[in-house]
Design a protein around this ligand. Structure first.
Ligand SMILES: C[S@@+](CC[C@H](N)C(=O)[O-])C[C@H]1O[C@@H](n2cnc3c(N)ncnc32)[C@H](O)[C@@H]1O
Length: 226
């Protein structure tokens, strides 16, 4: 897939189609990164997560991996002059193992780019670069299990995946939830926040041994992490 063609249009497309909703989802669990020293954001894109993260945690080391040079340039422009340490890596995040251990991984609208047969390998590879007590913030689109919300989400997804397939050669045809593979890699769901009739999902997954698994989605701050 190649996001270069979209890079200069990403901001206005997002503003036009979603207003501030995607950014609210990206940053919903930002406070769960408090105290984390090495944060890895994969498929960072146009830098909206990075900007929020640097503003909130200037003392952390943030590494942003992004395959598209044009997207990365937009992200660098956005965060220029901000406080904090950020390392930009323009590369395929899946071509090699992360070169150090990260105590936080962030994927915003990244895992939903992959088809089922690739997704498990993507999650495995990134999890291999996470410490034993890492947190993983996952923000993605979602398909609710039933009802009108499900049909609405399916219609939105059909349009969205068709658009991205044509413009970026996105391999995925539909959404594959990463939950099962995250659990196989030792992560437990510590907080879930669904919005927009279940179309948007912001999760915080935690690898700490003995982490409490929540039965139902929670909408408040991540108490399970305290
Ligand atoms: C749908 S966009 C999401 C961008 C941003 N994270 C956001 O929240 O909107 C997916 C991003 O992942 C990047 N990407 C896709 N595959 C990648 C890979 N294998 N390694 C690094 N970046 C990748 C794309 O270039 C694109 O910028």
């Amino acid at each position: 897939m190649n996001f270069n063609r979209l890079a200069r249009h990403y901001d206005w497309l997002e503003a036009l189609t979603a207003g501030g909703r995607l950014q609210r989802a990206r940053t919903h669990w930002l406070d769960a990164l408090a105290g984390r020293r090495r944060i890895l954001s994969v498929g960072e894109g146009h830098g909206r997560f990075a900007a929020a993260c640097l503003a909130r945690f200037p003392e952390a080391e943030l590494t942003c991996v992004e395959a598209s040079p044009a997207m990365l340039a937009v992200a660098q422009e956005r965060t220029r002059g901000m406080p904090g340490r950020v390392r930009w890596e323009c590369r395929d995040a899946l071509a090699e193992q992360p070169d150090q251990s990260y105590d936080a991984i962030v994927t915003c609208f990244f895992l939903d780019c992959f088809a089922p047969d690739e997704l498990a390998a993507v999650v495995r590879q990134l999890a291999a670069g996470a410490t034993e007590d890492a947190v993983w913030l996952v923000t993605d689109f979602n398909v609710p299990p039933r009802g009108l919300a499900r049909w609405r989400a399916r219609a939105v997804h059909a349009l969205m995946y068709a658009f991205f397939r044509v413009v970026t050669k996105l391999p995925a045809r539909e959404l594959t939830p990463p939950d099962a593979e995250l659990e196989r890699q030792g992560f437990l769901l510590a907080g879930r926040h669904d919005t927009e009739w279940g179309l948007l999902r912001a999760d915080v997954w935690e690898r700490r041994r003995g982490a409490k698994k929540l039965r139902r989605p929670v909408a408040g701050p991540p108490e399970a992490l305290s």
